[in-house]
Design a protein around this ligand. Structure first.
Ligand SMILES: Nc1ncnc2c1ncn2[C@@H]1O[C@H](COP(=O)(O)OP(=O)(O)OP(=O)(O)O)[C@@H](O)[C@H]1O
Length: 597
Protein backbone atom coordinates (compact mmCIF):
# COMPACT_ATOMS: atom_id res chain seq x y z
CA UNK A 1 0.00 0.00 0.00
CA UNK A 2 1.37 3.38 -0.89
CA UNK A 3 0.23 6.56 0.70
CA UNK A 4 1.38 9.84 -0.68
CA UNK A 5 -0.06 12.29 1.74
CA UNK A 6 1.85 15.24 0.33
CA UNK A 7 0.03 15.09 -2.98
CA UNK A 8 -3.49 15.14 -1.70
CA UNK A 9 -6.34 14.29 -3.93
CA UNK A 10 -8.85 16.91 -4.88
CA UNK A 11 -12.26 15.66 -3.80
CA UNK A 12 -15.27 16.77 -5.80
CA UNK A 13 -17.47 19.13 -3.86
CA UNK A 14 -20.15 21.37 -5.15
CA UNK A 15 -19.58 23.92 -2.41
CA UNK A 16 -17.06 26.66 -1.91
CA UNK A 17 -14.75 24.51 0.10
CA UNK A 18 -11.28 25.76 0.68
CA UNK A 19 -9.57 23.13 2.74
CA UNK A 20 -9.76 19.96 0.62
CA UNK A 21 -6.02 19.60 0.28
CA UNK A 22 -5.84 19.51 4.08
CA UNK A 23 -8.52 16.85 4.36
CA UNK A 24 -8.26 14.11 1.72
CA UNK A 25 -5.55 11.53 1.11
CA UNK A 26 -4.41 10.59 -2.37
CA UNK A 27 -5.20 6.92 -2.06
CA UNK A 28 -8.33 4.81 -2.40
CA UNK A 29 -10.31 2.99 0.28
CA UNK A 30 -9.39 -0.27 -1.49
CA UNK A 31 -5.68 0.47 -1.13
CA UNK A 32 -6.14 0.68 2.65
CA UNK A 33 -7.09 -2.99 2.70
CA UNK A 34 -10.89 -2.67 2.90
CA UNK A 35 -13.17 -5.17 1.17
CA UNK A 36 -14.47 -4.12 -2.25
CA UNK A 37 -18.13 -4.35 -1.25
CA UNK A 38 -17.49 -2.12 1.75
CA UNK A 39 -15.69 0.39 -0.49
CA UNK A 40 -18.69 0.35 -2.81
CA UNK A 41 -20.99 1.02 0.14
CA UNK A 42 -18.83 3.96 1.16
CA UNK A 43 -19.27 5.39 -2.32
CA UNK A 44 -22.89 4.47 -2.99
CA UNK A 45 -24.42 5.03 0.42
CA UNK A 46 -22.26 7.81 1.83
CA UNK A 47 -20.81 9.34 -1.33
CA UNK A 48 -17.22 8.94 -0.14
CA UNK A 49 -14.89 8.71 -3.14
CA UNK A 50 -11.58 8.75 -1.30
CA UNK A 51 -10.49 8.52 2.33
CA UNK A 52 -9.75 11.55 4.44
CA UNK A 53 -6.26 11.85 5.86
CA UNK A 54 -7.26 10.55 9.24
CA UNK A 55 -9.07 7.61 7.63
CA UNK A 56 -6.00 6.82 5.52
CA UNK A 57 -3.91 6.83 8.66
CA UNK A 58 -6.23 5.09 11.08
CA UNK A 59 -7.85 2.35 8.98
CA UNK A 60 -4.68 0.27 8.36
CA UNK A 61 -3.63 0.61 12.00
CA UNK A 62 -7.03 -0.46 13.28
CA UNK A 63 -7.07 -3.32 10.77
CA UNK A 64 -3.76 -4.46 12.23
CA UNK A 65 -5.46 -5.19 15.53
CA UNK A 66 -3.44 -2.77 17.69
CA UNK A 67 -4.99 -0.53 20.34
CA UNK A 68 -5.23 2.97 18.89
CA UNK A 69 -5.67 6.54 20.04
CA UNK A 70 -6.91 8.84 17.28
CA UNK A 71 -6.48 12.58 17.66
CA UNK A 72 -7.67 14.61 14.68
CA UNK A 73 -9.51 17.88 14.11
CA UNK A 74 -13.29 18.06 14.24
CA UNK A 75 -15.10 17.09 11.05
CA UNK A 76 -12.25 15.07 9.53
CA UNK A 77 -14.05 11.73 9.29
CA UNK A 78 -13.17 9.88 12.49
CA UNK A 79 -16.45 7.93 12.53
CA UNK A 80 -15.76 5.96 9.37
CA UNK A 81 -12.12 5.65 10.42
CA UNK A 82 -13.21 3.21 13.13
CA UNK A 83 -16.43 1.78 11.65
CA UNK A 84 -14.92 0.68 8.34
CA UNK A 85 -12.18 -1.60 9.78
CA UNK A 86 -14.63 -3.18 12.24
CA UNK A 87 -17.11 -3.94 9.44
CA UNK A 88 -14.31 -5.21 7.24
CA UNK A 89 -13.16 -7.71 9.86
CA UNK A 90 -16.66 -8.88 10.68
CA UNK A 91 -17.79 -9.38 7.10
CA UNK A 92 -14.86 -11.64 6.32
CA UNK A 93 -15.63 -14.15 9.09
CA UNK A 94 -16.26 -17.55 7.58
CA UNK A 95 -18.75 -18.93 8.42
CA UNK A 96 -20.68 -15.72 8.74
CA UNK A 97 -21.31 -14.30 12.18
CA UNK A 98 -24.86 -14.70 13.44
CA UNK A 99 -27.14 -12.68 15.68
CA UNK A 100 -26.92 -15.43 18.28
CA UNK A 101 -23.17 -14.77 18.56
CA UNK A 102 -24.05 -11.55 20.39
CA UNK A 103 -22.07 -8.33 20.34
CA UNK A 104 -18.66 -8.11 18.66
CA UNK A 105 -18.11 -4.37 18.75
CA UNK A 106 -19.16 -1.72 21.21
CA UNK A 107 -19.09 2.00 20.38
CA UNK A 108 -19.40 4.23 23.44
CA UNK A 109 -20.59 7.80 22.87
CA UNK A 110 -21.45 10.64 25.26
CA UNK A 111 -24.85 11.78 23.95
CA UNK A 112 -28.12 10.44 22.55
CA UNK A 113 -27.77 12.39 19.34
CA UNK A 114 -24.30 11.05 18.66
CA UNK A 115 -25.60 7.57 19.38
CA UNK A 116 -28.29 7.98 16.70
CA UNK A 117 -25.84 9.49 14.26
CA UNK A 118 -23.32 6.66 14.49
CA UNK A 119 -26.12 4.10 14.29
CA UNK A 120 -27.48 5.69 11.11
CA UNK A 121 -24.06 5.59 9.44
CA UNK A 122 -23.73 1.95 10.47
CA UNK A 123 -27.09 1.12 8.92
CA UNK A 124 -25.94 2.59 5.62
CA UNK A 125 -22.60 0.82 5.63
CA UNK A 126 -24.15 -2.52 6.55
CA UNK A 127 -26.75 -2.40 3.80
CA UNK A 128 -25.11 -5.24 1.89
CA UNK A 129 -23.90 -7.07 4.99
CA UNK A 130 -27.34 -7.94 6.33
CA UNK A 131 -25.97 -10.62 8.67
CA UNK A 132 -24.06 -7.97 10.67
CA UNK A 133 -26.71 -6.32 12.82
CA UNK A 134 -26.32 -2.75 14.09
CA UNK A 135 -28.13 -1.51 17.19
CA UNK A 136 -28.16 1.17 19.86
CA UNK A 137 -29.03 1.55 23.52
CA UNK A 138 -29.22 4.86 25.34
CA UNK A 139 -30.75 6.58 28.34
CA UNK A 140 -34.35 7.65 27.90
CA UNK A 141 -35.33 4.75 25.64
CA UNK A 142 -37.51 1.85 26.76
CA UNK A 143 -35.37 -0.67 28.64
CA UNK A 144 -37.68 -3.55 27.77
CA UNK A 145 -37.50 -2.87 24.06
CA UNK A 146 -33.73 -2.66 24.34
CA UNK A 147 -33.65 -5.93 26.27
CA UNK A 148 -35.61 -7.60 23.50
CA UNK A 149 -33.21 -6.29 20.86
CA UNK A 150 -30.20 -7.40 22.89
CA UNK A 151 -31.73 -10.84 23.36
CA UNK A 152 -32.04 -11.24 19.60
CA UNK A 153 -28.43 -10.14 19.24
CA UNK A 154 -26.70 -6.96 18.08
CA UNK A 155 -23.35 -7.36 16.32
CA UNK A 156 -22.23 -3.73 16.50
CA UNK A 157 -23.74 -1.89 19.43
CA UNK A 158 -23.66 1.90 19.89
CA UNK A 159 -24.34 2.95 23.48
CA UNK A 160 -24.20 5.70 26.06
CA UNK A 161 -22.23 4.53 29.14
CA UNK A 162 -24.96 4.68 31.82
CA UNK A 163 -27.48 2.62 29.89
CA UNK A 164 -24.83 0.14 28.76
CA UNK A 165 -23.77 -0.50 32.35
CA UNK A 166 -27.41 -0.94 33.29
CA UNK A 167 -27.83 -3.71 30.69
CA UNK A 168 -24.50 -5.31 31.52
CA UNK A 169 -25.71 -5.69 35.10
CA UNK A 170 -29.37 -6.45 34.55
CA UNK A 171 -29.92 -8.02 31.14
CA UNK A 172 -28.84 -11.62 31.40
CA UNK A 173 -29.59 -12.33 27.75
CA UNK A 174 -27.09 -9.68 26.60
CA UNK A 175 -24.30 -11.77 25.11
CA UNK A 176 -20.89 -10.14 24.90
CA UNK A 177 -18.57 -13.13 25.23
CA UNK A 178 -17.39 -12.51 21.66
CA UNK A 179 -16.66 -8.85 22.21
CA UNK A 180 -13.56 -7.83 20.30
CA UNK A 181 -13.72 -4.05 19.92
CA UNK A 182 -14.44 -1.31 22.43
CA UNK A 183 -14.43 2.12 20.83
CA UNK A 184 -14.68 5.38 22.77
CA UNK A 185 -15.89 8.15 20.47
CA UNK A 186 -15.38 11.60 22.05
CA UNK A 187 -13.37 9.88 24.77
CA UNK A 188 -12.57 13.00 26.78
CA UNK A 189 -16.20 14.14 26.81
CA UNK A 190 -17.36 10.80 28.18
CA UNK A 191 -15.06 11.37 31.13
CA UNK A 192 -15.88 15.05 31.53
CA UNK A 193 -19.51 14.12 31.94
CA UNK A 194 -18.56 12.12 34.98
CA UNK A 195 -18.80 8.68 33.41
CA UNK A 196 -15.33 7.63 34.65
CA UNK A 197 -16.74 5.26 37.27
CA UNK A 198 -19.21 3.72 34.78
CA UNK A 199 -16.42 3.22 32.26
CA UNK A 200 -14.26 1.46 34.84
CA UNK A 201 -17.19 -0.74 35.84
CA UNK A 202 -17.94 -1.48 32.17
CA UNK A 203 -14.33 -2.41 31.49
CA UNK A 204 -14.24 -4.56 34.60
CA UNK A 205 -17.37 -6.44 33.66
CA UNK A 206 -16.31 -6.89 30.05
CA UNK A 207 -12.75 -7.78 31.00
CA UNK A 208 -13.67 -10.42 33.55
CA UNK A 209 -16.33 -11.80 31.30
CA UNK A 210 -13.89 -12.13 28.45
CA UNK A 211 -11.42 -14.14 30.54
CA UNK A 212 -14.16 -16.60 31.34
CA UNK A 213 -15.30 -16.69 27.73
CA UNK A 214 -15.48 -20.08 26.10
CA UNK A 215 -15.88 -20.31 22.32
CA UNK A 216 -19.13 -21.66 21.02
CA UNK A 217 -18.96 -22.92 17.47
CA UNK A 218 -16.59 -22.10 14.70
CA UNK A 219 -17.31 -18.44 14.34
CA UNK A 220 -16.90 -17.76 18.00
CA UNK A 221 -13.59 -19.48 18.39
CA UNK A 222 -12.28 -17.76 15.29
CA UNK A 223 -13.12 -14.31 16.68
CA UNK A 224 -12.09 -15.13 20.24
CA UNK A 225 -8.60 -16.11 19.12
CA UNK A 226 -8.00 -12.47 18.26
CA UNK A 227 -7.13 -10.09 21.06
CA UNK A 228 -9.48 -7.42 22.37
CA UNK A 229 -8.84 -4.16 20.56
CA UNK A 230 -9.73 -0.78 22.03
CA UNK A 231 -9.83 2.52 20.19
CA UNK A 232 -10.09 6.02 21.69
CA UNK A 233 -10.97 9.01 19.53
CA UNK A 234 -11.25 12.73 20.13
CA UNK A 235 -10.37 16.04 18.55
CA UNK A 236 -9.06 17.22 21.90
CA UNK A 237 -6.73 15.15 24.02
CA UNK A 238 -5.97 16.17 27.54
CA UNK A 239 -5.01 14.67 30.86
CA UNK A 240 -8.54 13.34 31.30
CA UNK A 241 -7.84 10.94 28.46
CA UNK A 242 -4.73 9.72 30.30
CA UNK A 243 -6.81 7.84 32.77
CA UNK A 244 -9.06 6.27 30.18
CA UNK A 245 -6.05 5.33 28.05
CA UNK A 246 -4.40 3.92 31.12
CA UNK A 247 -7.30 1.65 31.96
CA UNK A 248 -8.32 0.69 28.46
CA UNK A 249 -5.38 0.77 26.03
CA UNK A 250 -2.56 -1.71 25.84
CA UNK A 251 0.57 -0.40 24.11
CA UNK A 252 -1.44 1.78 21.71
CA UNK A 253 -0.52 3.43 18.43
CA UNK A 254 -1.26 7.13 18.18
CA UNK A 255 -2.86 8.41 15.01
CA UNK A 256 -3.14 12.11 14.36
CA UNK A 257 -2.63 14.69 11.71
CA UNK A 258 0.50 16.36 12.95
CA UNK A 259 3.67 16.46 10.91
CA UNK A 260 5.26 13.65 12.82
CA UNK A 261 2.50 11.25 11.92
CA UNK A 262 2.38 12.33 8.29
CA UNK A 263 6.08 11.64 8.09
CA UNK A 264 5.63 8.18 9.51
CA UNK A 265 3.12 7.38 6.84
CA UNK A 266 5.20 8.70 3.99
CA UNK A 267 8.20 6.65 5.12
CA UNK A 268 7.26 3.04 5.02
CA UNK A 269 10.17 1.94 7.20
CA UNK A 270 9.37 4.21 10.09
CA UNK A 271 7.43 2.80 13.02
CA UNK A 272 4.12 4.25 14.07
CA UNK A 273 4.11 6.49 17.09
CA UNK A 274 3.71 4.55 20.29
CA UNK A 275 3.17 5.43 23.89
CA UNK A 276 6.17 4.74 26.00
CA UNK A 277 4.58 2.41 28.46
CA UNK A 278 4.38 5.03 31.20
CA UNK A 279 1.07 5.69 32.84
CA UNK A 280 0.91 9.14 31.33
CA UNK A 281 0.28 9.64 27.63
CA UNK A 282 3.00 11.62 25.96
CA UNK A 283 3.20 13.59 22.79
CA UNK A 284 6.44 15.08 21.46
CA UNK A 285 8.10 13.91 24.67
CA UNK A 286 5.76 15.97 26.89
CA UNK A 287 2.90 14.67 28.99
CA UNK A 288 -0.49 15.56 27.59
CA UNK A 289 -1.94 18.35 29.61
CA UNK A 290 -5.13 20.29 29.15
CA UNK A 291 -3.24 23.50 29.87
CA UNK A 292 -0.66 23.13 27.10
CA UNK A 293 -2.14 20.88 24.44
CA UNK A 294 -2.27 22.53 21.02
CA UNK A 295 -5.71 21.99 19.54
CA UNK A 296 -6.24 21.15 15.91
CA UNK A 297 -8.85 23.28 14.20
CA UNK A 298 -9.88 23.23 10.57
CA UNK A 299 -7.49 25.56 8.74
CA UNK A 300 -10.31 27.22 6.76
CA UNK A 301 -12.32 28.17 9.87
CA UNK A 302 -12.60 31.96 10.39
CA UNK A 303 -12.62 32.54 14.15
CA UNK A 304 -13.68 35.85 15.63
CA UNK A 305 -14.81 37.27 18.95
CA UNK A 306 -17.15 40.15 19.60
CA UNK A 307 -16.80 42.38 22.64
CA UNK A 308 -20.28 43.34 23.86
CA UNK A 309 -21.33 45.09 27.07
CA UNK A 310 -23.65 42.86 29.07
CA UNK A 311 -26.81 44.96 28.69
CA UNK A 312 -26.58 44.97 24.89
CA UNK A 313 -25.87 41.27 24.39
CA UNK A 314 -29.36 40.33 23.28
CA UNK A 315 -29.70 43.19 20.81
CA UNK A 316 -26.32 42.45 19.32
CA UNK A 317 -27.12 38.75 18.99
CA UNK A 318 -30.32 39.57 17.13
CA UNK A 319 -28.52 42.13 14.98
CA UNK A 320 -25.92 39.58 13.96
CA UNK A 321 -28.50 36.91 13.18
CA UNK A 322 -30.54 39.39 11.14
CA UNK A 323 -27.44 40.44 9.25
CA UNK A 324 -26.45 36.81 8.56
CA UNK A 325 -29.88 35.72 7.28
CA UNK A 326 -30.44 38.88 5.23
CA UNK A 327 -27.04 38.50 3.60
CA UNK A 328 -27.60 34.82 2.85
CA UNK A 329 -31.21 33.66 3.46
CA UNK A 330 -30.41 30.01 2.82
CA UNK A 331 -27.88 28.94 5.42
CA UNK A 332 -27.52 27.14 8.73
CA UNK A 333 -26.39 28.80 11.94
CA UNK A 334 -25.99 27.35 15.46
CA UNK A 335 -26.10 29.49 18.62
CA UNK A 336 -24.81 27.95 21.85
CA UNK A 337 -26.30 28.86 25.24
CA UNK A 338 -25.27 27.74 28.70
CA UNK A 339 -28.66 26.50 29.93
CA UNK A 340 -31.88 24.84 28.79
CA UNK A 341 -33.94 27.79 30.11
CA UNK A 342 -31.89 30.24 28.06
CA UNK A 343 -32.49 28.16 24.92
CA UNK A 344 -36.26 28.09 25.61
CA UNK A 345 -36.47 31.81 26.24
CA UNK A 346 -34.50 32.82 23.16
CA UNK A 347 -36.42 30.33 21.04
CA UNK A 348 -39.76 31.86 22.06
CA UNK A 349 -38.41 35.36 21.62
CA UNK A 350 -37.01 34.75 18.15
CA UNK A 351 -40.17 32.90 17.10
CA UNK A 352 -42.54 35.64 18.23
CA UNK A 353 -40.79 39.01 18.29
CA UNK A 354 -42.02 41.49 15.67
CA UNK A 355 -40.58 44.91 15.08
CA UNK A 356 -41.02 47.86 12.85
CA UNK A 357 -37.96 50.02 12.83
CA UNK A 358 -39.63 52.70 10.72
CA UNK A 359 -42.14 55.21 11.98
CA UNK A 360 -45.51 53.59 12.34
CA UNK A 361 -48.17 54.53 9.86
CA UNK A 362 -51.56 52.97 9.23
CA UNK A 363 -50.24 50.92 6.34
CA UNK A 364 -47.16 49.59 8.10
CA UNK A 365 -47.44 46.03 9.31
CA UNK A 366 -45.11 44.64 11.89
CA UNK A 367 -43.10 41.66 10.75
CA UNK A 368 -41.07 38.98 12.49
CA UNK A 369 -37.70 40.47 13.32
CA UNK A 370 -35.91 37.30 12.26
CA UNK A 371 -37.37 35.50 9.30
CA UNK A 372 -35.74 32.13 9.60
CA UNK A 373 -36.73 28.61 10.48
CA UNK A 374 -35.75 28.36 14.16
CA UNK A 375 -35.16 25.09 16.04
CA UNK A 376 -34.10 24.33 19.58
CA UNK A 377 -32.21 21.45 21.20
CA UNK A 378 -31.44 20.76 24.85
CA UNK A 379 -31.41 17.99 27.42
CA UNK A 380 -34.71 18.90 29.09
CA UNK A 381 -36.68 18.29 25.90
CA UNK A 382 -38.39 14.97 25.55
CA UNK A 383 -36.74 12.30 23.49
CA UNK A 384 -39.02 12.51 20.52
CA UNK A 385 -38.65 16.31 20.21
CA UNK A 386 -34.88 15.98 20.45
CA UNK A 387 -34.88 13.42 17.70
CA UNK A 388 -37.15 15.52 15.49
CA UNK A 389 -34.99 18.61 15.89
CA UNK A 390 -31.82 16.64 15.28
CA UNK A 391 -33.16 15.25 11.99
CA UNK A 392 -34.75 18.52 10.94
CA UNK A 393 -31.53 20.47 11.37
CA UNK A 394 -29.62 17.77 9.52
CA UNK A 395 -31.88 17.91 6.49
CA UNK A 396 -32.93 21.60 6.36
CA UNK A 397 -31.09 23.80 3.90
CA UNK A 398 -31.70 26.89 5.97
CA UNK A 399 -32.27 27.03 9.72
CA UNK A 400 -31.19 28.55 13.00
CA UNK A 401 -30.49 26.09 15.81
CA UNK A 402 -30.49 27.34 19.40
CA UNK A 403 -28.79 24.75 21.58
CA UNK A 404 -26.97 23.87 24.76
CA UNK A 405 -23.78 21.82 24.65
CA UNK A 406 -25.75 18.68 23.73
CA UNK A 407 -25.01 19.71 20.15
CA UNK A 408 -21.36 20.54 20.80
CA UNK A 409 -19.84 17.12 20.41
CA UNK A 410 -19.55 14.92 17.38
CA UNK A 411 -22.81 15.95 15.75
CA UNK A 412 -22.50 16.21 12.02
CA UNK A 413 -24.97 18.73 10.64
CA UNK A 414 -24.13 19.28 6.99
CA UNK A 415 -23.28 22.76 5.76
CA UNK A 416 -23.45 24.78 8.97
CA UNK A 417 -22.10 28.18 7.96
CA UNK A 418 -21.65 29.87 11.31
CA UNK A 419 -21.31 28.98 14.99
CA UNK A 420 -22.15 31.63 17.55
CA UNK A 421 -21.07 31.03 21.13
CA UNK A 422 -23.41 33.46 22.85
CA UNK A 423 -22.59 32.10 26.29
CA UNK A 424 -18.92 31.33 26.83
CA UNK A 425 -17.96 27.69 26.53
CA UNK A 426 -15.88 27.14 29.65
CA UNK A 427 -12.90 24.88 28.93
CA UNK A 428 -10.95 25.51 25.72
CA UNK A 429 -11.82 21.96 24.61
CA UNK A 430 -15.49 22.91 24.58
CA UNK A 431 -14.70 25.95 22.45
CA UNK A 432 -12.97 23.66 19.94
CA UNK A 433 -15.84 21.18 19.74
CA UNK A 434 -18.51 23.87 19.45
CA UNK A 435 -16.75 25.60 16.55
CA UNK A 436 -16.13 22.16 15.09
CA UNK A 437 -19.79 21.96 14.05
CA UNK A 438 -18.84 24.17 11.10
CA UNK A 439 -15.96 24.09 8.59
CA UNK A 440 -16.30 20.32 8.37
CA UNK A 441 -14.56 18.19 5.80
CA UNK A 442 -12.86 21.15 4.15
CA UNK A 443 -15.89 23.44 3.88
CA UNK A 444 -15.84 27.11 4.80
CA UNK A 445 -17.09 28.15 8.20
CA UNK A 446 -17.21 31.12 10.58
CA UNK A 447 -17.32 31.22 14.34
CA UNK A 448 -18.11 34.06 16.66
CA UNK A 449 -17.49 34.11 20.39
CA UNK A 450 -19.42 36.63 22.51
CA UNK A 451 -17.39 38.13 25.33
CA UNK A 452 -18.19 40.94 27.71
CA UNK A 453 -15.39 43.49 28.17
CA UNK A 454 -14.68 41.96 31.62
CA UNK A 455 -14.31 38.51 30.07
CA UNK A 456 -11.66 39.13 27.44
CA UNK A 457 -9.04 37.40 29.62
CA UNK A 458 -10.57 34.24 28.21
CA UNK A 459 -8.70 34.86 24.95
CA UNK A 460 -5.14 34.26 26.22
CA UNK A 461 -6.41 30.93 27.56
CA UNK A 462 -7.37 29.94 24.01
CA UNK A 463 -4.11 31.29 22.61
CA UNK A 464 -2.18 28.91 24.85
CA UNK A 465 -3.73 26.14 22.79
CA UNK A 466 -2.85 27.81 19.49
CA UNK A 467 -6.41 29.11 18.99
CA UNK A 468 -6.25 32.69 17.70
CA UNK A 469 -9.28 34.93 17.26
CA UNK A 470 -9.68 38.34 15.63
CA UNK A 471 -12.20 41.00 16.68
CA UNK A 472 -15.54 41.38 14.87
CA UNK A 473 -16.35 44.96 13.79
CA UNK A 474 -19.48 45.46 15.87
CA UNK A 475 -19.82 49.22 15.47
CA UNK A 476 -19.78 48.90 11.68
CA UNK A 477 -22.53 46.30 11.81
CA UNK A 478 -24.78 48.40 14.05
CA UNK A 479 -24.31 51.50 11.89
CA UNK A 480 -25.47 49.52 8.88
CA UNK A 481 -29.00 49.02 10.24
CA UNK A 482 -31.62 51.60 9.23
CA UNK A 483 -33.57 53.22 12.02
CA UNK A 484 -36.85 55.00 11.23
CA UNK A 485 -36.06 54.49 7.57
CA UNK A 486 -32.68 56.25 7.79
CA UNK A 487 -29.20 54.92 8.09
CA UNK A 488 -27.45 56.25 11.14
CA UNK A 489 -24.22 58.11 10.48
CA UNK A 490 -22.56 58.87 13.80
CA UNK A 491 -20.31 61.92 13.70
CA UNK A 492 -18.66 60.99 16.93
CA UNK A 493 -18.03 57.59 18.39
CA UNK A 494 -21.12 56.31 20.20
CA UNK A 495 -20.83 53.46 22.67
CA UNK A 496 -22.72 50.25 21.90
CA UNK A 497 -25.14 50.75 24.80
CA UNK A 498 -26.15 54.22 23.64
CA UNK A 499 -26.26 53.49 19.92
CA UNK A 500 -29.75 54.65 18.76
CA UNK A 501 -30.50 51.40 16.98
CA UNK A 502 -29.52 49.36 20.07
CA UNK A 503 -31.57 51.57 22.37
CA UNK A 504 -34.62 51.38 20.13
CA UNK A 505 -34.49 47.60 19.67
CA UNK A 506 -33.84 47.00 23.37
CA UNK A 507 -36.95 49.01 24.24
CA UNK A 508 -39.05 47.00 21.80
CA UNK A 509 -37.71 43.71 23.17
CA UNK A 510 -38.47 44.73 26.73
CA UNK A 511 -42.04 45.66 25.93
CA UNK A 512 -42.48 42.38 24.02
CA UNK A 513 -41.29 40.39 27.05
CA UNK A 514 -43.34 42.35 29.57
CA UNK A 515 -46.51 42.21 27.47
CA UNK A 516 -46.97 38.48 28.01
CA UNK A 517 -46.76 36.84 31.38
CA UNK A 518 -45.45 33.60 29.89
CA UNK A 519 -42.58 35.39 28.15
CA UNK A 520 -41.73 37.32 31.27
CA UNK A 521 -41.63 34.14 33.34
CA UNK A 522 -39.41 32.48 30.77
CA UNK A 523 -37.07 35.47 30.81
CA UNK A 524 -36.87 35.36 34.60
CA UNK A 525 -36.16 31.62 34.64
CA UNK A 526 -33.52 32.06 31.96
CA UNK A 527 -31.96 34.89 33.94
CA UNK A 528 -31.76 32.75 37.11
CA UNK A 529 -30.31 29.70 35.43
CA UNK A 530 -27.86 31.84 33.46
CA UNK A 531 -26.48 33.36 36.67
CA UNK A 532 -26.24 29.90 38.23
CA UNK A 533 -24.36 28.59 35.21
CA UNK A 534 -22.07 31.62 35.36
CA UNK A 535 -21.16 30.84 38.97
CA UNK A 536 -20.45 27.23 38.04
CA UNK A 537 -17.26 27.96 36.05
CA UNK A 538 -14.36 26.00 37.45
CA UNK A 539 -10.61 26.40 37.96
CA UNK A 540 -8.89 29.32 36.25
CA UNK A 541 -12.16 30.30 34.60
CA UNK A 542 -13.60 31.29 37.96
CA UNK A 543 -11.26 34.29 37.89
CA UNK A 544 -12.52 35.36 34.44
CA UNK A 545 -16.25 34.74 34.74
CA UNK A 546 -16.95 36.35 38.10
CA UNK A 547 -20.54 37.03 39.08
CA UNK A 548 -19.44 39.81 41.38
CA UNK A 549 -18.01 41.67 38.38
CA UNK A 550 -21.41 41.56 36.70
CA UNK A 551 -24.10 44.20 36.92
CA UNK A 552 -27.17 42.01 37.45
CA UNK A 553 -29.42 44.80 36.17
CA UNK A 554 -27.51 44.62 32.87
CA UNK A 555 -27.81 40.84 32.88
CA UNK A 556 -31.57 41.30 33.26
CA UNK A 557 -31.55 43.62 30.22
CA UNK A 558 -29.88 40.86 28.23
CA UNK A 559 -33.01 38.80 28.92
CA UNK A 560 -35.21 41.72 27.81
CA UNK A 561 -36.27 42.36 31.40
CA UNK A 562 -36.85 46.02 32.23
CA UNK A 563 -35.37 45.56 35.64
CA UNK A 564 -33.93 42.89 37.79
CA UNK A 565 -37.04 41.97 39.74
CA UNK A 566 -36.54 41.43 43.45
CA UNK A 567 -38.52 38.24 43.08
CA UNK A 568 -35.86 36.88 40.78
CA UNK A 569 -33.17 37.72 43.27
CA UNK A 570 -34.98 36.09 46.15
CA UNK A 571 -35.73 32.91 44.28
CA UNK A 572 -32.14 32.79 43.09
CA UNK A 573 -30.84 33.16 46.63
CA UNK A 574 -33.30 30.54 47.83
CA UNK A 575 -32.27 28.12 45.13
CA UNK A 576 -28.57 28.70 45.76
CA UNK A 577 -29.01 28.07 49.50
CA UNK A 578 -31.08 24.97 48.85
CA UNK A 579 -28.49 23.67 46.44
CA UNK A 580 -25.70 24.15 48.95
CA UNK A 581 -27.76 22.35 51.60
CA UNK A 582 -28.55 19.48 49.25
CA UNK A 583 -24.95 19.21 48.20
CA UNK A 584 -23.78 18.93 51.78
CA UNK A 585 -26.34 16.26 52.50
CA UNK A 586 -25.54 14.21 49.46
CA UNK A 587 -21.85 14.50 50.17
CA UNK A 588 -21.28 16.09 46.80
CA UNK A 589 -22.24 13.78 44.03
CA UNK A 590 -20.15 15.28 41.29
CA UNK A 591 -21.83 13.62 38.40
CA UNK A 592 -23.11 15.95 35.70
CA UNK A 593 -25.63 14.16 33.55
CA UNK A 594 -25.49 14.92 29.87
CA UNK A 595 -29.25 14.68 29.56
CA UNK A 596 -29.68 17.88 31.51
CA UNK A 597 -27.65 20.21 29.33
N1 LIG B 1 -13.93 10.03 3.00
C1 LIG B 1 -14.86 10.96 3.06
N2 LIG B 1 -15.25 11.62 1.94
C2 LIG B 1 -16.21 12.58 1.99
N3 LIG B 1 -16.84 12.95 3.13
C3 LIG B 1 -16.48 12.33 4.27
C4 LIG B 1 -15.49 11.31 4.31
N4 LIG B 1 -15.37 10.88 5.57
C5 LIG B 1 -16.24 11.58 6.32
N5 LIG B 1 -16.91 12.45 5.54
C6 LIG B 1 -17.94 13.41 5.99
O1 LIG B 1 -17.28 14.34 6.81
C7 LIG B 1 -18.12 14.79 7.86
C8 LIG B 1 -17.40 14.65 9.20
O2 LIG B 1 -17.22 13.28 9.52
P1 LIG B 1 -17.26 12.79 11.05
O3 LIG B 1 -18.53 13.21 11.67
O4 LIG B 1 -16.90 11.37 11.06
O5 LIG B 1 -16.08 13.69 11.64
P2 LIG B 1 -15.38 13.64 13.06
O6 LIG B 1 -13.93 13.76 12.81
O7 LIG B 1 -15.86 12.47 13.83
O8 LIG B 1 -15.91 15.00 13.70
P3 LIG B 1 -16.11 15.38 15.26
O9 LIG B 1 -14.75 15.47 15.87
O10 LIG B 1 -16.81 16.68 15.20
O11 LIG B 1 -16.93 14.28 15.85
C9 LIG B 1 -19.39 13.97 7.74
O12 LIG B 1 -20.36 14.74 7.07
C10 LIG B 1 -19.00 12.80 6.88
O13 LIG B 1 -20.10 12.31 6.15
Amino acid sequence: MELNLNKKKKQKTENSSTGNSEVFASCSFESLGLHTTLCEQLKERLGFEAPTLVQAQAIPVILSGRHVLVNAATGTGKTVAYLAPVIHQLQKCDPRIQRSDGTFALVLVPTHELCMQVYEILQKLLHRFHWIVPGYIMGGESRNKEKARLRKGISILVATPGRLLDHLKNTSSFSYTNLRWIIFDEADRILELGYGKEIEDILNILGSKQQKSVGKGNTTSQISEVQRQNVLLSATLNEKVNHLAEISLDNPVMVGLDKKIELQLTHQDSKPMEFNGNDILEKDGKPLSSSTEEYKLPAQLLQRYIKVPCGSRLVVLLAILKHLFEKEPSQKVVVFFSTCDAVDFHYSLVSGFQWLSRQQSDTDVKQLFLKCNTLRLHGNMNHEDRRTTFHAFKTEKSALLLSTDVAARGLDFPKVRCIIQYDPPGEATEYVHRVGRTARIGEKGDSLLFLQPVETDYLPGLEKHGVMLTEYPLQKLLDSFPLFGMRYHPKNFVSVDTHPWVVSLQKALESFTSSELKMKKMAQNAFCSWVRAYTAHRGELKGIFMVKKLHLGHVARSFALKEQPSLVNKSLQKQTKKRMRDQKQKNVSKKRKVGKR
